[in-house]
Design a protein around this ligand. Structure first.
Ligand code: SAM
Length: 342
């Protein structure tokens, strides 16, 4: 675990560059940044990136840096143009860090000599004066040997690389989901059902340690297709509506597309005129939303027994069996019978 210790931060002058040090630390694999001077605005700027783009990056400000460095248990590195060239020590640092945490000190202005003395390694990224942002970036890249560039952040927003232009896909939050439903023309009945399903889905997701943002958005949007059609095809239509918006995370769209009962296998989907693909929920989040929907009739909570009976009365025995199987699977994951989750 790598912590970056930012010293001599002067909010009136260094706000932008310290934000860049923090964003570089976050994007290139550090776990947290500790900044000597208290700066709420800086914390909020960095936390808002983490809230949107994901990960667990931490930021603390107003910490005595020498006290922090002295009490740090692990390898202490100070980046300075006066130090040992990185290529001469990075192998040793990487090896030692298999069993230890690492702190990387970067300055803003002149760094007191005590920091050179307290550090296990004074490391230079060339012996020319450069910036703390580039020094930190090169250090982290050499340390992780490029692997940090492929890290998954699992955020609410993610960039889809494109040759030209900007594509950002989002997992819409509750307010955005309600706006999407309203813009699609959803009536009160659809919206209140979606809110009921989302409430249960999120509670199951908490027990199952699933992605809450994804489950909330998928559940709130699961019946958006009913704004156009009311039959069994509404799930596929809903996925199409969301696809047309162009910026909705594919995982949300798949939750919507695969939410009917406990899913529809490819042969049944074909018979039902829903195309040739399998509409079975695959991910935990897809399974949770599908089943939370099974357990709501409008805004009334039902039980597994009631749902199964309803399917069996319609002669849909195979679908009923699939629902029982899904109920058992999710109950095992959550450690409680889903019927008892309120
Ligand atoms: N003049 C200051 C000093 O002598 O300590 C350095 C100020 S520099 C703008 C800010 C920070 O960038 C330094 O504290 C150091 O962490 C980092 N830095 C700048 N050049 C570097 C280099 N060539 N190698 C490693 N770190 C460097």
């Amino acid at each position: 675990m790598i912590t970056v210790l930012r010293i001599n931060h002067r909010p009136y002058r260094d706000k932008r560059i310290t934000t860049h040090v923090a964003l570089t630390a976050r994007a290139l694999g550090a776990a947290t940044i500790v900044v000597d001077t208290e700066d709420e605005e800086l914390r909020e700027a960095v936390n808002s990136v983490t809230r949107n783009f994901g990960g667990n990056f931490g930021i603390e400000t107003g910490i005595n840096p020498m006290k922090f460095l002295k009490s740090f248990h692990g390898i202490k590195i100070h980046l300075t143009m006066y130090g040992i060239p990185i290529d001469e020590c990075i192998g040793e640092i990487r090896e030692k860090s298999l069993h230890s945490d690492v702190v990387v000190v970067v300055g803003a202005s002149k760094v007191p000599f005590e920091f050179y003395e307290q550090s296990d390694y004074n490391v230079s990224i060339s012996n020319q004066p450069i910036s703390e942002v580039s020094a930190l970036a090169i250090f982290l890249d050499r340390y992780y040997q490029g692997r940090e560039l492929n890290m998954e952040f699992n955020g609410r927003m993610h960039v889809v690389p494109t040759v030209r232009g900007k594509t950002v896909k989002i997992i819409p939050d509750e307010r955005e989901c309600l706006n999407i439903l309203n813009s699609a023309g959803a009536d009160e009945r659809i919206i209140s059902h979606c809110i009921s399903v989302a409430g249960l889905a999120v509670r199951i997701a908490e027990l199952a340690h699933a992605n809450l943002d994804l489950v909330r958005a998928g559940a709130l949007l699961h019946d958006i297709g009913r704004t156009r059609v009311n039959g069994i095809e509404h799930a596929v239509t809903g996925a199409e509506i969301l696809g047309e918006l162009g910026n909705i995370d594919d995982r949300v769209i798949l939750i919507v597309e695969r939410h009917t009962g406990a899913g529809i296998p490819a042969d049944e989907a074909k018979t039902l005129g829903l195309g040739f693909r399998d509409l079975m929920p695959e991910t935990l989040e897809e399974k949770i939303v599908a089943h939370a929907d099974n357990l709501y009739s409008g805004t009334r909570r039902t039980s597994l027994a009631e749902v199964v009976e309803k399917y069996q009365k319609k002669g849909l025995d195979a679908a009923a069996e699939r629902i029982i199987k899904l109920h058992r699977e999710l109950s095992a994951i959550c450690g409680v019978d889903i019927d008892s989750v309120q």
